[in-house]
Design a protein around this ligand. Sequence first.
Ligand code: MN
Length: 216
Amino acid sequence: MFTLPNLPYAYEALEPTMSAKTLHHHHDKHHAKYVDTLNTLMKDKPDLASATLEEVIAAAREPKNPKLFNNSAQAWNHGFFWECMTSSGGKPEGELAEAINAAFGDLEGLKAALVTEGVGHFASGWAWLVSEGGQLKVISTHDAETVADKDGVTAILVADVWEHAYYLDYQQDREGFLKGWFDKIVNWDFAAKQFEASKAGGKGGYRYPSPLQQAA
Ligand code: MN
């Protein structure tokens, strides 16, 4: 069984940028549903009983099992997304700040790239800052698509650009949501840990909470 991780902060912690109402809806309903569906689908996958979530995602990639892929990837993406936010904000420092300046000119350059990517992404998906071969890049992925199982690519940050992430607080204003998210609630300490892990190559860094030992 895969678990729904608790948020790493109180539901009110990200207000007013992200409301407690949005977090209850997003975490307790949307993320929970992906995890529940994943666990139901896993009952038909005894060969994956001891697999990590990252291994399930890789095993389910299209064309093998789209439903299992969508629910496992969405479980992972949301677990990662919660870690990307904090009430304490701040700015990137040290090697991460240097890498951001090298790739985007400065922090405003990264913000512009991420907001443009997220706003320009048609329909549902995710806007990512990733590290690939030590180089920072902004990308977006459609629907449940993820970098969780991509060799040589490490997720540094992600913003959920599905409407359910912002509609209660911003209605259709995805740009306003992304700008506020970037300025106020990004967890740069977490991003720096991911960047540090990325330098070792391979995946490193964040892993979704391990599956609990199945009761016999
Ligand atoms: Mn979401």
